[in-house]
Design a protein around this ligand. Structure first.
Ligand code: ADE
Length: 244
């Protein structure tokens, strides 16, 4: 089983990079800035962590780097499962709390406003399939689930909120739907694991709240990812059927 994490920021991934002992493979994706860390966990399980990499001196976040990294990861690594692991904004009104970790039971875009007929609107929202083992995994690990909603900005405009609410969005991030889009093209299952750094319906300034909670949320993310990998190694949850 080949499990490949796609992660935007090193800070989000560092706790589980340390935990799993994955090693960087320098220049694997050159000339792309994406970085690969890998480890063989046992005879059956190969673990990859792919980071978007950096530009302008900071980690690349957002949809475009997520698409590039996911495409490169799928083409070069041929994963059985892509896990998009990262942080998100939550909504207290929908039950979220800081450092709570969710599995995504759906994923959409909230900032692609394309007027016209149903087809264009449907394409704009995305609403891609997530891995069909997500629900079973959430039950086994007793994890909450929620719909991931992706946009290119950390802030949220009133029109974003309207689309989020009209379409049941709960976990606001900047990569999930982009990773899911590429996975949908290649028919690779995707699992979304999201840890809350900030509350979109609180009065706190979003970036400040994000920065303040990033380390704690990333530690919780790591704890959940460790449990996920353990569960996949033990039960497979149908993924081994895909093995060639
Ligand atoms: N990542 C962490 N918090 C976020 C937010 N509020 N919006 C988008 N992406 C995020």
């Amino acid at each position: 089983m080949n499990i490949t994490f796609v992660v935007a920021m090193l800070d989000e991934a560092q706790p589980f990079i340390d935990n799993f002992g994955v090693r960087e493979v320098p220049d694997f994706f050159s000339p792309l800035p994406c970085k690969l860390y890998r480890a063989r966990l046992d005879a059956e399980t190969e673990l990859h962590v792919v980071l978007n990499g950096q530009q302008h001196g900071s980690d690349l976040v957002g949809c475009e780097p997520a698409c590039v990294a996911t495409q490169a990861a799928i083409q070069r690594l041929n994963p059985d499962l892509v896990i998009n692991s990262g942080t998100c904004g939550g909504f207290r009104s929908k039950g979220a709390d800081i450092a709570r970790v969710y599995l995504g039971n759906g994923v959409m875009f909230h900032d692609r406003r394309v007027p016209g007929d149903d087809e264009w609107g449907t394409q704009a929202l995305g609403n891609y399939d997530v891995w069909n083992g997500t629900g079973a995994l959430a039950e086994r690990l007793n994890l909450p689930v929620g719909k991931v909603t992706t946009g290119s900005s950390l802030d949220m405009q009133p029109c974003d909120l309207q689309i989020i609410n009209e379409n049941g969005g709960e976990l606001k991030d900047m990569e999930g739907a982009a990773v899911a889009f590429v996975c949908s093209l290649y028919h690779v299952p995707i699992l979304l694991v999201k840890s809350v750094t900030d509350l979109c319906d609180s009065s706190a300034e979003t970036f400040e709240e994000f920065r303040r909670n990033l380390a704690r949320a990333s530690e919780e993310l790591c704890r959940v990812n460790v449990r996920i990998i353990e569960e996949l190694r033990v039960s497979g949850l149908g993924l081994r059927d895909n093995e060639v």
